[in-house]
Write a protein that binds this ligand. Structure first.
Ligand SMILES: Cc1cc2nc3c(=O)[nH]c(=O)nc-3n(C[C@H](O)[C@H](O)[C@H](O)COP(=O)(O)OP(=O)(O)OC[C@H]3O[C@@H](n4cnc5c(N)ncnc54)[C@H](O)[C@@H]3O)c2cc1C
Length: 401
């Protein structure tokens, strides 16, 4: 292959939430930006459930124009203990959006292209060589700046000696068409150390699909994702029986959970999104940070290239989230997760408050479901999926607050 002689103001590697956000901001400032994306289509094989938290809707103005048919509102969370007792969590005014994730990514790509960014699909970044005023890339020519938005195992980080993620969860999700679930306006989350050590399982009624998945610690024992999913589907069968059904899509991938990498930048190069480890170590949500900091990185690089600011590698990375408290919570969850404790404590007020503040990001006043009622006809307190039996677990029906 001949040497590519193009020159760019900025090359962004990765056309997902972080990279498309950066490209959009750079292009709108009038700079020449090219996005290199390995996949042939930005919406192909997304490795995410794609749930957007309300904060990203509030903070990223670009999303105001997102077509309504790409999202479905989810108003609260039903959190299940390992023995399948559950509590409903909600916060006034707070919601999540389930998404048609391939559609959202294609729409974001369209926004970046309409803004003037050039997308090169099917173009894998392999490495970069430093020059006096930027980098030379075999596949794209010369660039004055480089943004690595290429996900958890960043090739940009590796090739330029930047920090890299080393602590991961592994997530896998099956998608089903023509299935409905009870309480479709809730995100159903399942705590179970056997199935999802270090995280949770979930089921959500998305846009035209039901998505059922789990994420687990990628450390120590290796249980195959398929085996873990089989056990999970077995467990939730009393609620929705997906056993034996063929998923129409499977999404899977690594989720960095060790916090922001160091260094996340060098002269004329920045990492952003998962490449920078920008994922909440507790919720494992990274779309909000990827989009928000992706856009901000684009603005910061644009200011530098227009001569209005210093190289953002010096100052911009200080605005990255540190996740101090969340990393401590992750440590606790990793080392002391106990199914028995969740069975006993899930319904208690402190536990519901803690869960509420994790899910609703301290927004508004957390209000436990006021009409809590038992499926067994009892009063306020935890409820259980009808028909679910979990031998060997503690029945906490009626546990006090
Ligand atoms: C199963 C699962 C479920 C999840 N669910 C949620 C959720 O519901 N909500 C949430 O907020 N977060 C969720 N996350 C996390 C979230 O998906 C990520 O934090 C988010 O996608 C990060 O976006 P990003 O743009 O930084 O990177 P990515 O989405 O990883 O995108 C990186 C892009 O770079 C491209 N690329 C990689 N290497 C190269 C290369 N060498 N050359 C060119 N291109 C390259 C990839 O093809 C990809 O398009 C989930 C993760 C997993 C694994």
């Amino acid at each position: 292959m001949g040497v590519v002689r193009e020159t760019h103001d900025c090359v962004v590697v990765g056309a997902s939430f972080a990279g498309l956000g950066s490209a959009y901001a750079l292009a709108r400032s009038g700079l020449g930006v090219t996005v290199l994306e390995d996949k042939a289509d930005c919406g192909e094989r997304p490795h995410t459930t794609g749930i957007l938290v309300k904060d990203v809707i509030d903070q990223v103005a670009l999303l105001d124009r997102m077509p309504a048919e790409l999202v479905r509102r989810i108003d609260g969370v039903r959190l299940y203990a390992p023995d399948l007792h559950y509590v409903d969590l909600a916060a006034p005014g707070y919601y999540f959006l389930a998404t048609d994730t391939p559609g959202v990514l294609r729409w974001l790509a369209e926004q970046a292209e309409n803004g003037g960014a050039r997308l090169r699909l099917g173009a894998r970044f392999r490495g970069a060589e430093r020059t006096r005023s930027g980098f030379r890339l075999e596949e794209a020519g010369l660039t004055r700046y480089l943004i690595g938005a290429d996900g958890p195992r960043s090739r940009v980080a590796e090739s330029l000696g930047l920090g890299h993620n080393s602590d991961y969860l592994f997530g896998v999700e099956y998608e089903y068409a023509d299935v409905s679930i009870p309480e479709p306006d809730k995100l159903h989350c399942f705590i179970d150390r056997r199935i999802a050590p270090g995280y949770i399982g979930w089921i959500v009624s998305g846009v035209g699909l039901v998505q059922a998945g789990l994420a687990r610690r990628l450390r120590g024992e290796r249980v195959s994702a398929r085996a873990a999913m089989t056990t999970f589907l077995e467990k939730i069968a009393p609620m929705v029986d997906l056993r034996g059904r063929r998923p129409c899509f499977i999404r899977a991938g690594l989720i960095p959970c060790g916090g922001v990498v160091r260094p996340a930048a060098g002269p004329r190069v920045l990492l952003v999104g998962d490449a920078a480890g920008m994922v909440s170590p507790v919720t494992a949500g990274g779309i909000h940070a990827a989009l928000k900091h992706g856009l901000a990185a684009g603005h910061a690089v644009a200011d530098f290239l227009h001569g209005r600011a210093e190289d953002p590698s010096d100052w911009f990375v200080r605005t990255y989230p540190r996740y101090r408290a969340k990393r401590s919570l992750r440590f606790l969850f990793d080392h002391f997760q106990s199914d028995m404790a969740f069975n006993r404590l899930l319904a208690t007020r402190p536990m519901r408050m803690a869960a509420g503040s994790i899910y609703f990001h301290h927004k508004g006043v957390f209000v436990p479901s006021p009409t809590a009622r038992s499926d067994h006809g009892g009063g306020a307190g935890p409820r259980r999926i009808p028909g679910a039996s979990c031998p060997g677990t503690t029945d906490i029906e009626g546990a006090s607050e």
